[in-house]
Design a protein. Structure first.
Length: 161
């Protein structure tokens, strides 16, 4: 996906319209079939770039999806609902990726709207993946609770005390 800077304001607005339509179709498809349509990754990248002001990397860039200055960011997504399994897994994170930060965009599966965005430095993520005792971690996969346990929520902002 091109970044907003590459496609201009008009193109960025059109991408937003296309993703809004795709979200509606994906929600209806899931409601009818019980299976995801497979657009959550694209939705999460767009949402993260809009909310956090990231520049999306060109399609098929190895190791990261967006930039914040020179910081390379992998963006992962997970759609959750009221009856979601608490041990849901994130997509694979490759330890050999040129990456600095991992973001998890949690979407509501009823409308694919963002609920939360979590962020963790790449080093601690790789350390967690290296812990023995889990076939999933050995494959580069963390559960959502494992990730949020080492990450900090960056959106919506935590309420100050």
């Amino acid at each position: 996906m091109k970044s907003d800077n590459d496609i201009g304001t008009e193109g960025a607005a059109r991408v937003g319209e296309i993703l809004a339509a795709a979200k509606r179709l994906a929600v209806e498809y899931y409601r009818l079939t019980g299976k995801p349509l497979g657009v959550t990754g694209e939705v999460a990248e767009y949402v993260a770039s809009e909310i956090l002001g990231l520049k999306l990397a060109p399609a098929r860039t190895t190791g990261y999806d967006a930039l914040r200055g020179t910081e390379r960011i992998q963006i992962k997504s997970r759609a959750h609902g009221e009856k979601t399994n608490s041990g849901q897994k994130m997509a694979r994170i490759r330890a050999d990726s040129p990456c600095d930060t991992v973001l998890l965009v949690v979407l509501d599966n009823a409308a694919l709207e963002p609920r939360e965005i979590w962020e963790a430095p790449f080093g601690p993520v790789i350390e967690r993946l290296a812990r023995p005792g889990s076939k999933a971690r050995a494959r580069g996969v963390l559960s959502v609770p494992e990730f949020t346990g080492i990450a900090r929520r960056v959106w919506p902002a935590e309420a100050s005390h």
